[in-house]
Design a protein around this ligand. Sequence first.
Ligand SMILES: NC(=O)C1=CN([C@@H]2O[C@H](COP(=O)(O)OP(=O)(O)OC[C@H]3O[C@@H](n4cnc5c(N)ncnc54)[C@H](O)[C@@H]3O)[C@@H](O)[C@H]2O)C=CC1
Ligand SMILES: O=C(O)C1=N[C@H](C(=O)O)C[C@H](O)C1
Length: 267
Amino acid sequence: MKEEVRLIIAGPRGNMGKEAVKLVDETEHFVLVAAVDSKNNGKQLRELPGMPNIDAPVYDDMKTCLEEVEADVLIDLTTPEAGKRHLELALDHHVRPVVGTTGFTDSDVKRLREKAEEKEIGAIVAPNFAVGAILMMKFSQMAAKYFQDVEILEMHHDRKLDAPSGTAQKTASLINEVRPFKKQGHPEEKEELIGARGGEVEGIHIHSVRLPGLVAHQEVIFGGTGQTLTIRHDSMNRQSFMPGVKLAVESVLQLKTLVYGLENIME
Ligand SMILES: NC(=O)C1=CN([C@@H]2O[C@H](COP(=O)(O)OP(=O)(O)OC[C@H]3O[C@@H](n4cnc5c(N)ncnc54)[C@H](O)[C@@H]3O)[C@@H](O)[C@H]2O)C=CC1
Ligand SMILES: O=C(O)C1=N[C@H](C(=O)O)C[C@H](O)C1
């Protein structure tokens, strides 16, 4: 039998948070000991609409929650601003953060990794928990050795706060690990409409689409002489992320540093 893991979930009423609550409820050795929400302070989780019958106190302040509740792991699925603050507070209270929230820059990750190492506890920041998305990123990194021209098209639901997506940024940085810098397109190209060529990360253009009906989708399009290669991943629902969340919770207990990206813990 696996050892019990006591968890706090931040953002339990969100698209991802709801699925994470379900995951914890359905996993035998996971116990939800508290939730941090932007409202509902003082209630029990089971009192919130649509929540399973779990007796776990709801806090509207992460610091108070961490001071009052004994936990092993914090799962954060909130907003870029709250996610960074929560990660830092969790490390201060010796609770291991598993953060799916996006919007972390490389310098945020560096600073928080130093803190995790100083405290000698594990942390995971994963821009995407879906196994297929991790493979899309890895395959893209492989392809970039052979195709140096590449653009990223990411497509998400229209409730998403950040653009470009964390996955698109991570994909660009993985590609840039193996691709020498290249300024793509015509050297004299001019944007007649601001934003028409998308955003740029070290020469890689990223285009963000936001539409109702979409969940989370990305195409990485490579171009070469007389050929193109498109690597595409689609998340049709938020359940697609949950096996990755479970893996991250189980893995973070063994770590003594911050790991950025699920690809670093997948076998
Ligand atoms: N790593 C991954 O695989 C995935 C990551 N995400 C990321 O997860 C985050 C959440 O996404 P969704 O669930 O779609 O968003 P959502 O908007 O449906 O949910 C966010 C929840 O956080 C709550 N919240 C906001 N500030 C808070 C605070 N200070 N304390 C506690 N709760 C707070 C809101 O009330 C809301 O219920 C986003 O950053 C998104 O990019 C989303 C899907 C997959
Ligand atoms: O907000 C979302 O929905 C998602 N966010 C993550 C991102 O920014 O990459 C992961 C996934 O794409 C869904």
